[in-house]
Design a protein around this ligand. Structure first.
Ligand SMILES: Nc1ncnc2c1ncn2[C@@H]1O[C@H](COP(=O)(O)OP(=O)(O)O)[C@@H](O)[C@H]1O
Ligand SMILES: [Mg+2]
Length: 274
C-alpha cells in the first residue's frame, strides 16, 4: 500500500533553551489507514501532529522531512500550506470547539472555511453541511448553524467540527485527543462518529487518544511515544497481543484496566473491543 504521509527524522526543540522535545521520529501513514499515537502526557504527541500541519509555535524549531503525497511540506510557504490545511490535511484538536469565534454564529465559520477552499455558494454550503451534520447525529442543523458557540455544548461543537471535516473530505484527518475536553457521554458519542467516519469514508487518519480501548477499535497501526521518542510501533493487533517493549506492556495493562473501570461506572454506554 502507498504511503500517504512519510515523516522522516523529525526533530523538534525549544528555540530558547535548546531542550529537545522530539528527538528523531520517523513514521508513515498508508493510504486509507489509521495510525494511532499513544503515550503519556508530555511525550510529544501533540507537537508531532502540529509539526505535520506546520502549526507549531515559532518558539519551537524543527528539522526533518514531512512528505505528503510525495511533496515535502517543510519546503512550502505559509500561503501554500494554508491551501492544504483543512482540505488535504485536517486537524481536529482537543479543544477544537474553542476555535469558534464567540461573536458570530456557527454557520459563519463553516461558510468562510468552505468558501475559501472550494468557492461554493452559500446555498451549496448550507446543503452540504446540513447533510454532514445529520450524518453525525446533529438534529436541526439549520437551527444549529444560526446559534452562537456558547449556545451549544462541547460535544455538539466537536461534532460540528467533524461534520465540517466530512464536507472538506481531507486526504488525512489528524485527531488529537478530540474528546478529552468533553463529558463522558459526549466522548462516547464523538468516538462513535469517528469510527463510523472511518468505516464510511475510509479516509487516512492519525488518531491520538489516551483510551486504548478506542485505539484498539479504530487503529490499524500504533506508535508508542515516551519522552519524545517512538519506543514501539506495529500493527494494532501486534501491539495489543504481544507488546514487546516493557513500557507498552505497562500502558496496555493499566489503560485496559482503567477502561474496564470506566465501563463499569458508565454501565450501558460502551465501545465493544475488537
Ligand atoms: N510551544 C512550546 N514551547 C516549548 N515547549 C513546548 C511547547 N509545546 C509543547 N512543549 C513541550 O513539549 C513536550 C511535549 O508536549 P506535547 O506534544 O503537548 O505532549 P503530549 O501531546 O504527548 O501530551 C512537553 O514537555 C511540553 O511542555
Ligand atoms: Mg497532547
Amino acid at each position: 500500500m502507498m504511503n500517504l504521509l512519510e515523516v522522516a527524522n523529525l526533530k523538534i526543540w525549544d528555540r530558547s533553551t535548546g531542550k529537545v522535545i522530539v528527538s528523531n521520529s520517523s513514521f508513515q501513514v498508508k493510504q486509507g489507514s489509521c495510525l494511532a499515537i499513544v503515550g503519556e502526557s508530555g511525550s510529544g504527541k501533540s507537537v508531532t501532529c502540529r509539526a505535520v500541519m506546520r502549526l507549531n509555535q515559532a518558539g519551537l524549531l524543527e528539522s526533518g522531512d514531512i512528505l505528503f503525497n510525495g511533496e515535502n511540506l517543510t519546503r512550502l510557504s505559509e500561503k501554500e500550506m494554508r491551501k492544504r490545511r483543512g482540505k488535504n490535511l485536517c486537524l481536529i484538536m482537543q479543544n477544537g470547539m474553542r476555535a469558534f469565534d464567540p461573536s458570530c454564529v456557527v454557520g459563519v465559520h463553516l461558510k468562510e472555511t468552505l468558501a475559501a477552499h472550494f468557492g461554493w455558494s452559500s446555498g451549496e454550503i448550507t446543503a452540504k453541511m446540513k447533510h454532514a451534520m445529520e450524518s453525525v447525529m446533529l438534529k436541526n442543523p439549520i437551527e444549529l448553524m444560526n446559534k452562537y458557540p456558547h449556545q451549544l455544548s462541547g460535544g455538539m461543537l466537536q461534532r460540528v467540527m467533524i461534520a465540517l471535516a466530512i464536507v472538506l473530505e481531507p486526504d488525512i484527518m489528524i485527531a488529537d485527543e478530540p474528546t478529552t475536553a468533553l463529558d463522558t457521554i459526549s466522548q462516547y458519542e464523538v468516538i462513535a462518529q469517528f469510527i463510523r467516519l472511518r468505516e464510511r469514508m475510509g479516509c487516512s487518519m492519525i488518531f491520538i487518544s489516551h483510551d486504548l480501548g478506542v485505539v484498539r477499535k479504530i487503529a490499524d497501526e500504533v506508535l508508542v511515544m515516551k519522552d519524545g521518542e517512538i519506543v514501539e510501533s506495529g500493527t494494532t493487533q501486534a501491539i495489543f497481543s504481544a507488546a514487546e517493549h516493557e513500557y507498552t506492556r505497562y500502558l496496555v495493562s493499566t489503560k485496559l484496566a482503567l477502561n474496564q473501570h470506566f465501563k463499569r461506572i458508565m454501565g450501558g454506554v460502551h465501545v465493544d473491543p475488537r
